[in-house]
Design a protein around this ligand. Structure first.
Ligand code: ADQ
Length: 425
């Protein structure tokens, strides 16, 4: 038994290794939970992000961190395998085929047990433990067995599939048993919560759409915005995409829509910037997606670009937060076109970056964010014409739409999200 009244358990610790040092990784979840962790003698349990490194507990920015080690086999079986090649595609409605592999499952069980034991070790008597996301669905059940005194919450950051899909999973009973250790499970959308409740009604559930640290997205300096627009040739329409390079995000679909509009001559004097963070690059489906995206970019620039003036500007790297704010502020049209997405924080970040209600958001109906941001230019990424229509409508935006969405995002920030979950718990 430990002495922490509040314990967060997540796959990753909120730190990144830079050289031989750790730095706090920027992210809404840390920003929202740091004050609660500091006020309640909290502790964060997670993997530090380097394979095979066993670290002692350490403190960072007033938060104590309890590292859980993963070796190469854990990384391949638990993380790349069961979490990201089985659960991720299954929970995103089979955009690619999930793989069902007994060895991966056994690693998932073993690693979840390690996280549960670490949480049991950190938690004080009657502590509150908040477990995050699909990588750790067995932790609540395992923890409840070791420590029946603690209160356990769980939040699923990704969608929860319809029963007919979930039932494909050979270990569906075990996953449900794991989640039954919870006192409260939170989902992003009402539809995810309903899907789950069709399987079991024994557990208390709720819908808590996650958000961003809205106040942190400060207005970008006018000079930087002008400089960015000039660097891509001062187009009439500056379009932007910002994503992890993942097959769920529909990056290729937005490129195909752009290509078709250029071919028809419907959209003129436009430039498109796509920023894509490298992600899960050892998994075959991610490599295929990257290849298809890069081929489409090459083809579009070959057909419609000029020397020194491409139509699509592509960066396959992570961008510092302040710079990202300039891209958001400079873009006339933001393209967020996932086939399926738990929430999609990029959509909310773009809206927060437009306090003057300029700009326009093209948003997939299948992003969790579409529930709150229903005044966006909604589209169906499975239907190319619908994406094209939304882009063209967004070239002449109605400012009231952005004004309403901006007000909403400023009020419903990530701190409000965390508070409402913890109050319910
Ligand atoms: P993700 O699938 O990672 O999150 P998202 O919600 O869009 O998707 O968050 C991505 C974050 O990464 C954003 O904060 C964005 O600013 C940042 N980012 C993306 N590309 C970047 C780049 N090139 N450079 C720098 N930063 C970049 C999962 C679920 C989502 C859910 C979140 C939170 O899949 O549906 O919204 O968790 O619950």
């Amino acid at each position: 038994m430990g002495d922490n009244d509040f314990v967060v358990v997540a796959n990753r610790l909120p730190v990144d290794k830079v050289g031989d040092q750790y730095e706090v990784s920027p992210g809404g979840l840390v920003a929202a939970l740091a004050p609660v962790l500091r006020a309640r003698e909290g502790c964060w349990v997670g993997w530090p992000g380097t394979i095979g490194e066993a670290l002692e507990p350490f403190a960072f920015g007033g938060i104590s961190l309890l590292p859980v080690a993963l070796d190469q086999e854990d990384y391949e079986g638990f993380y790349e395998g069961f979490s990201n090649s089985t659960l991720w595609p299954l929970y995103h409605d089979l955009i690619v085929q999930p793989e069902y592999n007994q060895q991966w499952w056994e690693r998932y069980v073993a690693v979840n047990r390690r996280f549960a034991e670490a949480a049991a070790h950190a938690a004080a008597e009657n502590a509150t433990v908040w477990v995050q996301d699909y990588q750790l669905q067995l932790v609540p059940g395992m923890l409840k067995e070791i420590r029946p005194d603690v209160t356990i919450g769980f939040f699923l950051h990704i969608p929860f599939p319809a029963p007919a899909l979930f039932q494909q999973l050979p270990w569906r009973e075990e996953i449900l048993e794991g989640l039954k250790g919870c006192d409260l499970i939170g989902f992003q959308r009402g539809a995810d919560e309903e899907n789950f409740r069709l399987l079991t009604q024994e557990i208390r559930t709720g819908t808590f759409p996650i958000s961003i640290d809205s106040a942190e997205i400060a207005a970008a300096p006018e000079a930087s915005i002008r400089e960015l627009r000039a660097s891509v040739g001062d187009p009439k329409h500056l379009l932007l995409g910002v994503d992890r390079l993942d097959y769920t995000k529909g990056i290729l679909q937005r490129l195909l829509a752009l290509e078709s509009l250029l071919e028809e001559g419907t959209l003129e004097d436009a430039a498109f910037i796509q920023l894509a963070t490298p992600s899960r690059e050892r998994i075959e489906n991610y490599r295929t997606t990257r290849r298809e995206v890069e081929e489409a970019i090459g083809r579009i620039n070959g057909s419609f670009g000029e020397v020194g003036r491409p139509v699509v500007h592509y960066v396959h790297r992570s961008i510092p937060k302040e710079q990202l704010g300039i891209y958001y502020a400079a873009a006339d049209i933001m393209l967020v076109t996932p086939f399926k997405d738990g929430m999609n924080l990029v959509a909310k970040e773009y809206v927060a970056a437009h306090p003057d209600a300029d700009g326009a958001l093209v948003l997939s109906e299948f992003a969790g964010a579409a529930v709150e941001l229903h005044e966006a230019y909604l589209c169906n990424p499975f239907d190319l014409e619908s994406v094209k229509d939304a882009i063209m409508a967004a070239t002449e935006p109605e400012p009231t739409r952005m004004r309403h969405m901006h007000d909403w995002v400023m009020e419903h920030d990530v701190t409000a999200w965390a508070q409402s979950f913890l109050e319910q718990l």
